[in-house]
Design a protein around this ligand. Sequence first.
Ligand code: SF4
Length: 531
Amino acid sequence: MSTMNAITVLIDGDAPAVRPYALMRDRVLPSLERRREEIERMYAPVMGRPETDPVLLMAATVLQIMQRLPDRACAEACLYDARWRFALGDMPPFHPTTLVHFRNRLAENGKARLSLEACLESMRDAGYLKSCRAVRIDSTHLLARIADMSRLECVRETLRLALDFLARFGGVAAWEPWSGRYADRNPEELRKASAERLAARMDEAGADMRDVLEKADALGEAVAGAEPVALLRRVFGEQFELRDGAPAQRRASEAGAAVNPHDPEAQWSTKKTLGKAGWRGYKAQVCESVEDATCAKGEPTKAVVTAVLVQPATGSDHGSVPGILAEHQSAVGAESPPPDEVFADAGYVSAPALLKAEAGGYALTGPMPAPPHSGKRFGSDSFAVDIPGRVAVCPAGHASSECDRIDDAKHAQYGAKYYFAWPAKTCAACPLREQCVSKKSKLARRTLEVSEHHMTVQVRRALCKTPEYRSRMRKRNAVEGTHSELVRGYGLRRCRYKGRSKTGLQAQFTATACNLRRWARRLCWEERKMT
Ligand code: SF4
């Protein structure tokens, strides 16, 4: 009897703790096997054939993320964990760095989605995943695998990395005094330095950056375009501007600026719940299927994560829906019809997004954000606006006497603006003046600026107030629980790897692992219910 047979006897594939591994063996692995040709295309046809089966490596990486293991523990689990061997069979021992090289290959070849595609295909073949006619989407922040750095630390570290590279051209001595000045990444003298001293060091670093770039550029295009030099140029542009011919620190870093040269794609961003501190990293857009029936108490969800899209942290949710739906469609396959309805929160809903949804053939179900000044004074929703008729009636019942159309080429995606105004005399005598005219405004009358899609916005705002719509919107809320599951159960919040493409890889494997566990949980629950 082989070792594998001995293990098979000991393991009960129907046991809840083993069910995800049984699904991996019986359902997902055959689906991955059908993608073998595509996976093997990542390797050179003659030289560089994989020593370890890449299909098994793909499956092992899903289990690794499912159990939140580091590479070394994953390689050991393939050998010594009975459940892993039950799922993957007799896998020959491999060095943990094999997983590193495998992930690099997946990221370089853009094959990040393969594991999720295989998982969704196996779910569909098994009849578990029906067509996804409705989906819900939401985003969550991802923390990059980098240390928090001040602007000065980021500039100094970028210089240090560039000088390490440039030392190949003429040795360290050719790059003095900069090499010596930036050799220490965290010098003692700067740890408790005064604000003036830090500002002086920043100015010095700006001048050094400019000089190093000039010298590097003189070495030719190959050196000037090399990655560390290109990064130095980028950070210089983001942190400094030329004033009177000399580099001077910008008042604030540019939006989307590099925050740490070890992961230059990571960005700083913030949102309401995180306050001023914000986060450094990326943003993940999560898309999952929506079932018609709501789950009873204790019933595991039947929802399936169909797409996870990793975006720059500064990317807005607004306008992301078509991209997420394209990702969803590629993952579920062309044979599955596209969703009819997308549930999302107010961050995704705007007049252009509603028009795009209409053109795309799906309904975007979500609340319209409140207009500016809402709660303080009459917002645009308190006025009856008729764009084709070019008239607006204020809460006191006065029709506007002026209407101007403004075409803003800079914000063409939001359409033309309409500007209404009421006579100062009328407003001065109005009993609602306090609630209407801004105290800060120097104008003694009310003005109103709305987009050409304002009436679409008003229709949605009115719809959002109906009990039926509110009740329908409950279908969106479950995506918050999915975020929690991905973050707490599979560690999605913290990037395991550096760079956006590898973070995308982590997100895809996380979605696969989450689906596998959900599927197993649901099957066990259904079987228990039948007995
Ligand atoms: S302040 Fe002017 S615009 Fe506002 S409600 Fe009164 S009359 Fe109408």
